[in-house]
Design a protein around this ligand. Structure first.
Ligand code: GLY
Length: 268
């Protein structure tokens, strides 16, 4: 298990990267960070729930809160005001209070959307992220940029709202289709371009469909990427200057995504 820290004074939080037992590790994190909550709200990608229902149900059953789960069909088109309103209704109908906790389990769309819901419901409740795509692990779940899309552009409505923890487990990445792995590698290529040196050399050794033998290499690239982003966010949370580096390539990328009305291309 590797722990990377985003250092933001009282809002400092851990990013745990692991390939061990989800049930024990995630339920321990939940107990630690949502201990005071009476209700635990889980927003999860329906596909992820279908694949990992047993392990997730067993994890959540270890937490003593009243657990409410909503399953969403993910995809860039879900990242808008309609789904946001669905989430507000789900929370309000279940009598969310300010001390309750939201857990987001899914890729970038689910974490951005859930984070923004947490930032805005009752003027803000705590949340945690369990990214289940490579892109979510190395980028979307870190740094508290939460938000939704608008017809005028991607991520134009949002808030900086940091999670209290991020938990990444390889188990969730093991079922990803090659296209999703490539999308995540898109962001890793970005970090390698920014870092240079060792990361470029490691990336050059990686095959586009990484094999089992390449797992250590992949793990190292993931940790390097997460550490790089965590360091930048720790120094410049609100994108005064330094954090802008992380937008490398995104002006074109967002333009292309928007011109295709979102959803045809993956973000990576
Ligand atoms: N994805 C870029 C950032 O979080 O700043």
């Amino acid at each position: 298990m590797t722990k990377v820290t985003v250092k933001l004074n009282s809002r400092t939080y851990p990013i745990v990267i692991s390939h061990r037992m989800v049930e024990k590790e995630l339920s321990d994190l939940l107990k630690k960070y949502s201990g005071k909550a009476t209700r635990l709200f889980v927003v999860i990608d329906a596909k992820v729930y279908k694949l990992y229902a047993e392990v997730l149900d067993s994890t959540l059953s270890r937490c003593k809160q009243d657990v409410h789960i909503i399953r969403l069909k993910a995809g860039e088109r879900a990242k808008g005001s309609r789904t946001l309103n669905r989430l507000y209704t789900f929370l309000l109908e279940n009598e969310v209070s300010r001390s309750d906790f939201l857990l987001a389990i899914g890729g970038g769309v689910i974490t951005d959307l859930s984070g923004y819901t947490s930032a805005t419901i009752l003027r803000g409740i705590s949340w945690g992220a369990v990214p289940t795509t490579l892109l979510g692990v190395v980028d979307a779940s870190i740094g508290g940029k939460t938000g939704i899309n608008h017809a005028k552009g991607k991520n134009l409505i949002g808030a900086f709202w940091q999670p209290t923890f991020v938990y990444c487990n390889e188990l969730f990445l093991s079922s990803l289709p090659p296209r999703q792995i490539l999308a995540g590698l898109g962001e890793i290529v970005k970090y390698a371009g920014l870092c240079g040196g060792k990361m470029i050399e490691q990336l050059a050794q990686l095959q586009t469909s990484p094999t089992k033998e390449q797992l250590p290499l992949m793990r190292s690239l993931i940790v390097e990427s997460v550490q790089y982003k965590a360091d930048i966010v720790s120094k410049d949370e609100r994108e005064g200057k330094l954090r802008m580096w992380l937008n490398l390539g995104h002006t074109f990328g967002h333009g292309i995504e928007r011109s295709l009305s979102y959803g045809k291309l993956l973000h990576g």
